[in-house]
Design a protein around this ligand. Structure first.
Ligand SMILES: Cc1ncc(COP(=O)(O)O)c(C=O)c1O
Length: 392
């Protein structure tokens, strides 16, 4: 049997479709529709009796290349791309859930995911229970007869809590539910949820897959029966498709994903270790630190800690704002997964709509700062942070 290619090789080589011109770099098919040779071919393609392109809402060669490449990297049979990460989560819910179903979800997922489950799916008779990402026994207890989906993100944002994917996959299976993992923070360069027992992987390609903060995109990866067979008809009918231009940008992003994510993880670890020894810092959350409560689990499950870390400064909100406002190099923005390092104060921005009590219970203190480390020199990042933190 041929040896399995590495993720970095797949990122560069997988999924290429060449035209008659034999172009070396992947072609961008900016076309909304495709011409048929004759009426019989058109009829066969519309009836799904013949493979081939029809209309870019559900078939486009550039989008297909992106899907094939990401599927190969995640070790998935199929991948379906969507307009954004939220569209990927919505599409997953739309094809796998119906009125009367129940979802068990980590309480530390992206805020819009919680809004989606509560405010949108809730109106259609789908109920969601929230549990700790790090306590599998809570998932076991929350599962009901009508539970169809377990949903989590690992590591979590901004506290980098790590969920035990194999343990939760086992509990989901016993409960008759699918386990979907949002693999945005690790990407397949660091973590392969399907190999660890998850049924589905969802992505916001807007983050690390693009890697340079240019376009929106999303994807769902998994077995053909759970992804390709259900999601292609959903996309065809409901329409949250990825644009060919964005697919082309993301396809090129996949080529450097492994390199970027590894370099950013190494820089994040160095910064985390430095911050941990800084007198102005009370606590650092990073899965690559020995002090992280799930350090051993992260080591088993992830190839590196990832680029996101958070740290708590002494002096609460005022001190945290001083660090952020003193930076000149890092970007003060809510996005992450960019080669440009970003910084944000979660308690007053991304998590500002949560009540102060719930925030405190979740560990998102007023002194907490989130960093998503990019590709600048670590030394320059330390200098930038030192302006507000002090020399240490
Ligand atoms: C973990 C995670 N999942 C999903 C999303 C949603 O992705 P998008 O912004 O592409 O819709 C985000 C966006 O920040 C995210 O951080």
């Amino acid at each position: 049997m041929a040896k399995e290619l590495q993720v970095s090789t797949k990122g560069v080589r997988a999924g290429i479709l060449r035209t008659e011109f034999a172009e070396h770099s992947e072609a961008l098919f900016l076309t909304s529709s495709f011409v048929f040779d004759n009426a019989a071919q058109a009829a066969a393609r519309f009836a799904n009796n013949e493979e081939g392109m029809v209309y870019s809402r559900y078939t486009n060669p550039t989008v297909s290349m992106f899907q094939e490449r990401l599927a190969a990297m995640e070790g998935a049979e199929t991948c379906v791309a969507t307009a954004s990460g939220m569209a990927a989560i919505l599409a997953t819910a739309m094809v796998h859930l119906k009125s009367g179903d129940h979802v068990v979800c980590s309480n530390a997922v992206f805020g819009a995911t919680i809004q989606l489950f509560n405010n949108i799916l809730g109106r259609f008779g789908i109920e969601t229970s929230y549990v700790s990402p790090t306590r599998p026994q809570e998932w076991e207890k929350a599962a009901r007869k009508n539970t169809r989906l377990f949903f989590l993100e690992t590591p979590s944002n901004p506290l980098t809590e790590v969920s035990d994917i194999p343990a939760l996959a086992g509990i989901a299976k016993k409960a008759g539910a699918l386990l979907a993992v949002d693999n945005v923070f690790c990407t397949p360069a660091l973590q392969k949820p399907l190999e660890l027992g998850a049924d589905l992987v969802v992505h916001s390609a807007t983050k690390y897959i693009d890697g340079q903060g240019r376009v929106m995109g999303g994807a769902i990866c998994g077995p053909k029966a759970l992804v390709g067979d259900l999601l292609v008809p959903f996309l065809r009918t409901a329409g949250p498709a990825l644009s060919p231009f964005n697919a082309w940008v993301l396809l090129k992003g996949l080529e450097t994903l492994d390199l970027r994510v590894k370099a950013e993880s190494a820089a994040a670890l160095e910064l985390a270790q430095w911050l941990e020894g800084h007198p102005a810092v009370a606590r650092v959350h990073y899965p690559g630190l020995r002090s992280h409560p799930q350090y051993e689990l992260a080591k088993r499950q992830q190839r590196a800690g990832g680029s996101v870390l958070s740290f708590e400064v002494n002096g609460g909100r005022q001190a945290a704002w001083r660090v952020i406002d003193s930076t000149r190099l890092v970007s003060h923005t809510a996005n992450l997964g960019d080669v440009k390092t970003t910084i944000i104060h979660p308690a007053t921005t991304t998590h500002g709509r949560i009540s102060p009590e719930a925030r405190a219970a979740a560990g998102i203190t007023d002194g907490l700062i989130r960093l998503a480390v990019g590709l600048e020199a670590v030394e320059d990042l330390k200098d930038d942070l030192m302006r507000g933190l002090g020399a240490g």
